[in-house]
Design a protein around this ligand. Sequence first.
Ligand SMILES: [Zn+2]
Length: 89
Amino acid sequence: MIIRKKFKFEGAHIVRNCSTRRCKKSIHGHLYVVEVFFSSNKLNNGYMVLDFGLTKKHIKNIIDSFDHAYSLWSGEEDEFKKSCFLKSS
Ligand SMILES: [Zn+2]
């Protein structure tokens, strides 16, 4: 048995290795949809594959950590990384 749950979040990034100048240079956002699948060969004591209440508690916390956040590319230059984390005075 397989069940699935969709989660959505809004995130921003720059795609440095993209073929278009707009994506390479501009911070822009997307609506991301993440679909998580849970499978089990048997049902739990509540006759469920998984209680969706538990997915909200555990999975949603992970998804929420990406919501309204900037995803930094691992190959980003140090100067840009530093500018992202500068504190305003
Ligand atoms: Zn993009």
